[in-house]
Ligand binder design. Structure first.
Ligand code: DQA
Length: 139
């Protein structure tokens, strides 16, 4: 069974509460249950944290063992050379995902320090971006 970890970074624990016009009404844990049902042949796990170093520790922990990581690093996407380096350091492929289309938003959201080291990037499909990220890892 393939092992895939979904990682959410800062403020994504507030999905369903936070800026609903951008990020929608659904909380992530209920969406994650739907993902687990849909991908019943995949061992799907979820991790969320608001701290950069803890996200990096998690990437190191799973990055030589799991078959894939789907990562929404939130605002750290646009600021964190360290998370970009962590992704470069591991063997597990990472798909960068975003709920919103970051390219339709403020200029500072257009650049990613992660993308170069990721297998690919998916953005703008709402929560469905995570499903598409998993699909990309299991083909
Ligand atoms: C986000 C986009 C980021 O720019 C923002 O800081 C987030 C969420 C998204 O999923 O659309 O926190 O990663």
């Amino acid at each position: 069974m393939k092992k895939i970890l979904v990682i959410n970074g800062p403020n994504l624990n507030l999905l369903g509460v936070r800026e609903k016009s951008i990020y929608g009404n659904q909380d992530f844990l209920s969406y994650f249950e739907e993902l687990k049902e849909r991908f019943s042949t995949v061992q799907l796990e979820y991790f969320q944290n608001n701290s950069e170093g803890i996200l990096i520790d998690k990437i190191h922990e799973v990055g030589f063992e799991y078959d894939g990581i789907v990562m929404n690093a939130g605002a750290y996407t646009h600021t964190s050379i360290a998370i970009g380096d962590a992704i470069a350091a591991i063997q597990t492929p990472v798909i960068e995902v975003h709920i919103s289309n970051v390219h339709q938003r403020e200029e500072f959201r257009h650049h990613s320090f992660l993308a170069k080291n990721c297998r690919g990037v998916i953005c703008g499909f709402g929560l469905d971006s995570y499903r598409l990220g998993i699909e990309a890892l299991i083909v």
